[in-house]
Design a protein around this ligand. Structure first.
Ligand code: ADP
Length: 481
């Protein structure tokens, strides 16, 4: 199949591809060209209610399948993704903008999550607990939580769906998913893939349209037993509040403000390599992208110089073009926001070392940017940049670096470079983050738990921990023995 075969302009409800009730649609644009590439349904409350009902009906039978059956289906889903990796990657680049190599990587990661959960599906064990009563036995089993509602973001429109749909399908949950409005096709493609893999109707339902109407029904409908969301902290907080009325389980992957510390004793070239990967992946639009670089005084100037030189070399352009490593930003708002971080920093005494403005290509392209002499008064010290701007702060001592790194309400990912073993342990234990990269700038993998502390979220995705979020623990007491 080619990418156009996956570009569905309909929603999947109970196994039928349908339009919105009123026939309304939303345009989808290619961020590299500004061109409208198609439309998707503008669905709302009623469509969501029907999708939830379809998921509830499918749950009756799907939750009773054996772990082995579910593992087999997931292996078929994995094969469907890998057989179409290139087509899915092209579709992703066309609607999202990231370079094709990154899209290939993301689709590969989606497949890896599915394969991982096909394996985990068969390892959902319970317990037999020693009983305090002679004539009773105590069993603990784990059961699918029920209908899951999933809301995914535009920065990883394929792999964030994988992290949510994968464990749902592994445990016997059924789901209703809403992809981000900017990148709906990579989400709708999961419907095509699930059909190819042979999933029964209603096991996976996918809706596009009004975020507040769909999200409102997802959070208030009592049939939905779990909400899983990846996106901004303000929307996450709102969804938690909305879900409170029906006491749903929630998994939240929210914003970050990742610090990246480089100590005097670091391997500087490795640190720069890690910094480039961590900062500019997806044009800086990931929640684990380094947001604040802290370089120790002894290597500060050298680090800034090397980082700027490497940043200036990055080839910017349309994601489908050969050799491009940085695509456009998702929309014009994102470009304006990135430019405002630069303006704010320069007004407060920041020193522009490279980049700093919209790229000569025009449109939504922005130059990879390095700003030295960053201070805590500048906006990017507190806010997530979500664009290709690397501010470099200076620090003197380890204590100061850790204090600055922790001085945020976020706690998703952090990174640091050192060759001192004792420091590596000390700093890693003192950083209040869910994920720590020591001498590594990109650390996400399906086998490790992804997630944050503080206002960066609740719960973990991927790994053996991720599946627990989709399972309820049931205690069974067998008496009268
Ligand atoms: P970003 O700033 O990265 O776009 P958002 O949190 O706005 O992050 O978006 C993440 C996801 O949440 C998207 O699928 C978006 O459509 C959805 N979303 C936005 N507003 C709401 C809302 N009021 N209710 C439910 N989902 C929403």
């Amino acid at each position: 199949m080619n990418w156009a075969d996956f570009k569905r302009d309909a929603n999947l409800i109970g196994g039928e591809w349908v339009g919105a009730d009123g026939g309304g649609t939303i345009d989808v644009t290619n961020p590299a060209t500004g061109e409208v590439i198609g439309t998707v349904p503008n669905a709302g409350t009623d469509e969501t209610r029907r999708a939830i009902a379809a998921a509830e009906k499918a749950f009756e039978t799907f939750s009773r399948t054996t772990a082995d059956e579910r593992a087999k289906l997931l292996r078929r889903l994995h094969a469907a993704i890998m057989d179409n990796q290139r087509a899915l990657a092209e579709l992703l680049t066309i609607e999202q903008g990231k370079p094709l190599a990154e899209s290939m990587g993301e689709v590969g990661a989606s497949a890896a999550y599915v394969l991982w959960f096909s394996e985990e599906a068969r390892r959902v064990y319970g317990d037999v607990i020693p009983s305090p009563w002679g004539e009773r036995r105590i069993l603990v089993t784990k059961q699918a939580v029920g209908v899951v509602a999933a809301i995914t973001p535009w920065n990883f429109p394929s792999s964030m769906a994988a992290r949510k749909i994968g464990p749902a399908l592994a445990t016997g949950c059924t789901s209703v998913m809403k992809p981000a409005t900017q990148t709906p096709y990579s989400g709708l493609a999961w419907g095509v893939l699930c059909e190819q893999a042979g999933y029964p109707k209603g096991v996976v339902n996918i809706l596009t349209g009004s975020a507040s109407a769909i999200g409102g029904e997802m959070t208030s409908n009592p049939t939905v037993r779990k909400i899983t969301f990846t996106g901004s902290t303000p929307i996450g907080k709102m969804l938690i509040k909305q879900a409170a009325d029906t006491v749903k389980r929630v998994s939240m992957e929210l914003g970050g403000n990742a610090p990246f510390l480089v100590f005097d004793d670091a391997d500087l070239d490795k640190a720069v390599e890690g910094a480039i990967a961590s900062k500019y992946r997806n044009s800086g639009q990931t929640c684990v992208c380094a947001n604040r670089f802290y370089a120790q005084a002894g290597i500060y100037d050298a680090f800034v110089e090397k980082l700027a030189a490497a940043s200036a070399k990055l080839k910017v352009g349309p994601g489908l073009e050969e050799g491009v490593v940085q695509g456009p930003l998702i929309d014009d708002k994102a470009v304006a926001k990135t430019a405002s971080f630069v303006a704010d920093a320069l007004a407060k005494g920041g020193r522009l070392v490279t980049g700093g403005k919209r790229h000569d290509l025009g449109g939504q392209f922005f130059e990879p940017t390095v700003i030295a002499d960053a201070t805590s008064e500048m906006n990017f010290a507190r806010e997530e940049i979500f664009g290709p701007v690397a501010p470099v702060f200076r620090f003197e001592t380890e204590e100061e670096a850790v204090r600055l790194a922790n001085d945020t309400e976020f706690g998703l990912a952090c990174y640091f470079y050192t060759r001192d073993l004792a420091r590596a342990f000390r700093v890693s234990e003192n950083l209040r983050y869910g994920q720590v990269g020591i001498n590594a700038g990109v650390i996400t993998t399906e086998v490790a738990p992804f997630g944050g502390v503080k206002e960066s979220g609740i719960g973990r995705e991927g790994s053996k921990y991720g599946i627990e979020e989709y399972l309820d623990v049931k205690y069974v007491c067998v008496g009268g023995l």
